[in-house]
Ligand binder design. Sequence first.
Ligand SMILES: NC(=O)c1ccc[n+]([C@@H]2O[C@H](COP(=O)([O-])OP(=O)(O)OC[C@H]3O[C@@H](n4cnc5c(N)ncnc54)[C@H](OP(=O)(O)O)[C@@H]3O)[C@@H](O)[C@H]2O)c1
Length: 273
Amino acid sequence: MKVALLHPGEMGVSVGAALLSCGNEVYYLPAGRSDATLARARGAGFAACSSLAELVAGVDMIVSICPPHAALALAEDVMAAQFTGVFVDANAISPASARLLHERVGVNFVDGAIIGPPATTAGSTRLYLAGERAAAVVDCFSTSVLDARVVAGGAGCASALKMCYAAYTKGTSALLLAVRALAAAEGVDSALLAEWDISQRDLRTRSAGAARGTARKAWRFVGEMEEIANTFNDQALPAGFHQAAGEIYRRMIGLQDAAEPTLEDVVTALNRD
Ligand SMILES: NC(=O)c1ccc[n+]([C@@H]2O[C@H](COP(=O)([O-])OP(=O)(O)OC[C@H]3O[C@@H](n4cnc5c(N)ncnc54)[C@H](OP(=O)(O)O)[C@@H]3O)[C@@H](O)[C@H]2O)c1
């Protein structure tokens, strides 16, 4: 298969490498991308296309892996350029957003969701796929380190799975960080840590790990929390947890370029706004 990857970020480049390892050809679109993305794409051996028109005319499949807030606009650009192949959206978007894309793209739309870190080691990362063409996409990864699986239920179900998974992982990280910020603001951080060390023994470590793990990526978690809140709302469940988590991550946006952000940096950012 000739596959285009929009765009080779940290996760995207690993998905492209997995496709290459199975004998597919992988293309990317340099226009408008940062030096970091261009360096990743060149380093992985992807072929550059000079325009979106050239790209859509030349590939069988496009895989979209970008910040969640950009996913619908990117899909619209591809469809406006008259793409007729398989379009995989592997972003953290709500099932309703995925079903909108299914309506726009039609039978060639595959709803995807990635769980795990960038796929460099077998067993670390799953790509869940749903929709009429999902099994054909699974075949493109058959001998790669990325574990591609079909989710039953049709387009929207892979995204629903991702929303449920991230609702817990990123939601609890935001909650822990909010609690540490509150304890610092009230002057009881040492007392809280002492109590946690007695009765909640992993929370000292987990809260510090949440700061390290989320600070540099918080800018793109804001959109993901909105998608999760919308998912709860669409099922008449309370959306407030993840609206608040989105606000926590919004306050951390300034840490995107921090070299080694610490819990103290996060607490300062949360209490500043
Ligand atoms: N990283 C993970 O561990 C992980 C885990 C599970 C799922 N994912 C999924 O993968 C997605 C991307 O993650 P990542 O780690 O690859 O992020 P990333 O390293 O920040 O890369 C994002 C890519 O999208 C491009 N981009 C930025 N803004 C854009 C826009 N407005 N429109 C179109 N493209 C844009 C970036 O290009 P520039 O360099 O030019 O900005 C970059 O190539 C996430 O949204 C998430 O849903 C990631």
